[in-house]
Design a protein around this ligand. Sequence first.
Ligand code: ADP
Ligand code: MG
Length: 339
Amino acid sequence: KESKSKMPTYKGLEKFKLLDKMGDGAFSNVYKAADVASGQKVAVKVVRKFELNASQDGNKHLNPQFKKRPRVTERTNILKEVQIMRGTNHPGIVKLLSFSESDEHYFLVLELMEGGELFHQIVKLTYFSENLSRHVILQVAQGIRYLHEERGVVHRDIKPENLLFARIPIVPSKHPVQRQYDEEKEDEGEFTPGVGGGGIGRVKIADFGLSKVVWNEETQTPCGTVGYTAPEIVKDERYSKSVDMWALGCVLYTLLCGFPPFYDESINVLTEKVARGYYTFLSPWWDDISSSGKLAKLSPSKDLITHLLCVDPAQRYTIDEFLAHPWCHEAPAPPPPPT
Ligand code: ADP
Ligand code: MG
């Protein structure tokens, strides 16, 4: 879509020419842009520095006089996002190229992910084959492993909207997808798809807006002043990595069947379902997935999901347990004969 004439300009962002709008986050606008000097294509996440503190609904009870006063807070969480991104260097994580600010905005210049959101690909394909799901999910898992084990960081917002394709994926024309993996489309050598087939390119984790450092890798302790830390914090920090594992389970479930494990029109019912971990492998959509033939045993993908969508965080798989699961090491089935 050509919307060049409508591109806004931002004071403080003169080094870049905005080309297209790529995303609307809750608190940000993300544009495809070109570095004017070098021509390099990037993504720029523009975040307003000040935001109304309370929604208009939330202000209803206030007296009119008080209502008029703009109640604003500065988004200091963006600085945390920047700090965490600056500390990361992994092919499964979107790179922050530079950061600047003006009076009104923060500008995060990011590696351009031209392929857009995994979310849109799920909508487009309706669901992913097991091989394709594995190809995507292993890349995300490697990114999470790096964050959890090497950086002591919890992402806390893993979802298909925040998982981005480096290139526009080759969309297979029909299901089930068994297209041979195309090496020329893989840009970074560090990722070798151990499954040997069925890939649609590099996927990276974006949006560190809710991320948090939970573990000091040097001292091997929770962050904060050791000795004064309350038990719930210590416990919380020990288990907080598990929130990403739950989310990974939701993404895997969604990839394989095309709809999320927890859904309800009513937010209250949905909340209750999540709290109880109430989900099912809905028939007929799940009937053919990993049908192992052994009736008594769950198929590998279902077994894996069961260990991720597990209400007790202490029982939930860690990233290492996830990566060791047989499903992650299954070789893809050979492509079907030409029809
Ligand atoms: P928010 O915190 O507002 O959700 P995100 O960082 O998730 O902000 O960005 C919002 C959307 O913008 C993403 O869901 C995605 O569609 C798009 N986007 C973000 N970063 C990039 C990037 N580096 N390249 C391409 N598109 C991006
Ligand atoms: Mg987002």
